[in-house]
Design a protein. Structure first.
Length: 457
């Protein structure tokens, strides 16, 4: 629910009565939901509007009575820090400037992998700009230009990434998705080349928002602020000069949770962790998914195929997800697995990476043909990604007909390139697993990597 607490703070110094009532009404509902769900502990935070308004303390007191918990009013620097942690929690090895555009303020902070530099806050939130400029986009533009002059942090973003956080920027990106016919509607890690984002932002803030193509995909409550969000984005890109703009749906709230984790939990790869949990929940044999990682490790190391650290990470993730669709009807396992993986609630993966995971498991189920392949997903995959997905899918097809999806076999039956030939070793009792179908799948994989094939016993 958009309460709009920051709507009049810059000019009146006060939270508007109707905004207060809307916000308190929403909090009553959230508290009732917490009680219904028997939530044991609630964390509550407040940001720019509450820290800046003269009546912010009174509002917080009422809100605390409703929520029955202490509300932490974040400073601008603290808000920037938590936003950066949110991005770190959901983007793999981020490197660039994080910008969190709220209603009352814009927080900026530099991140490099897990390191966060000191951030700052500026009065450039959508509601604040609308208020300061008296709803004049020209006045708002002059104010944004002055405010972003000589902001040191912006000089550190040249050639890196600008991570965009906040609901109105997500709306801007959603509009861009629909106008460009982007084939995938997962917002997290949506990447726009900086030049394209600059041109689109300039367009949005210079025309009547309601005349824009596909504007109906944007929540009506967000539309009046879209031009201001686009204006700030345009001037940020001009100042930062990033290579790309990347959307992050994770921000302050997720940063607060991430901060509470111990060092061991923070060090875990969130993509691998999520895939491991899904493997445990939905696979026939979670052990088999884990064993498949080591089995394909040995295969790739001997295959002569180059594999970057990121490609290795994605391959291992795909191994954990290879059997999550097994409960579906056999005729639909490929399709259902592909949709589950492509649209799953994963973080720390970009859209081409999602395509690789989904395609690998799709090929593992249906074979290496493309007749049933989603054309939208295919648009995200480069020829290189498609080739690597085929290779991994073909390797999985060997593994699953060999093991029937159960653990204990793969560690004893390595598949490696030896003396120029792709060889599947079936020692002792495992020799009985040899079959024409297994040989056929091994030959199919061999053709993909340009190798003859054989069993060894």
């Amino acid at each position: 629910m958009l309460a709009g607490l920051g709507r009049q703070v810059q000019t009146t110094g006060l939270l508007a009565p109707e905004a207060i009532e809307t916000a308190l009404s929403a909090l009553r509902r959230f508290r009732a939901l917490c009680d219904t769900l028997e939530v044991g502990r609630v964390f509550a935070i407040a940001t720019a509007a509450c820290r800046d308004a003269e009546n912010g303390a009174d509002f917080i007191a009422d809100a605390e009575r409703i929520c029955r918990t202490k509300i932490d009013i974040l400073s601008g620097k603290r808000e920037a820090h938590l936003t950066a942690l949110g991005v770190i929690s959901g983007v793999y090895n981020p490197d660039g400037i994080v910008g969190d555009l709220g209603g009352g303020s814009l927080e900026l902070v530099d991140v490099h992998h897990t390191k966060v530099r000191k951030g700052l806050t500026l009065p450039l939130g959508g509601l604040a700009l609308q208020d300061i400029a008296g709803r004049s986009i020209k006045k708002a533009e002059r104010f944004v230009a002055r405010t972003l002059e000589d902001v040191d942090i912006l000089d550190r973003g040249v050639g890196r990434t600008l991570y965009a956080v906040g609901g109105t920027w997500r709306s801007l990106a959603r509009l861009h998705m629909w106008q460009t016919g982007y084939p995938f509607h997962v917002m997290h890690n949506y990447r726009i080349p900086a030049r394209e984002a600059l041109d689109f932002s300039r367009l949005v803030h210079r025309v009547d928002t309601e005349t824009l193509s596909k504007i109906e995909v944007i929540n009506a409550a967000r539309r009046p602020l879209l031009a201001y969000a686009a204006l700030v984005m345009e001037y940020l890109i001009r100042s930062v000069k990033p290579r790309n703009v990347v959307l992050s749906v994770l921000g302050v709230r997720e940063g607060l949770l991430y901060e509470m984790l111990d060092e061991e939990a923070r060090a875990r790869d969130p993509l691998i962790a999520a895939a491991s949990e899904l493997n445990t929940l939905r696979s026939r044999s979670p052990q088999h998914g884990e064993e498949l990682i080591g089995w394909t490790d040995r295969f790739m190391a001997s295959s002569g195929l180059d594999e970057s650290a990121e490609e290795e990470r994605l391959r291992r993730t795909a191994c954990l997800l290879a059997d999550v669709g097994w409960r579906a009807h056999p005729d639909y396992r490929g399709e259902q697995s592909m949709n589950l993986i492509a649209h799953g609630a994963f973080t720390a993966i970009d859209h081409p990476g999602r395509a690789y995971l989904a395609l690998s498991v799709f090929f593992r189920h249906v074979g290496l043909h493309e007749e049933e392949l989603s054309p939208r997903l295919r648009e995200l995959a480069t020829p290189y990604i498609l080739d690597r997905a085929r290779v991994l899918g073909a390797a999985m097809r060997v593994a699953y007909i060999l093991t029937a999806g159960h653990g204990g076999v793969l560690p004893n039956t390595p598949m490696q390139v030896k003396r120029g030939k792709l060889t599947l070793h079936l020692p002792g009792k495992f020799g009985g697993l040899a079959s024409d179908r297994l040989a056929g799948r091994l030959r199919q994989l061999g053709r993909l990597i340009g190798r003859d094939t054989a069993f060894s016993f």
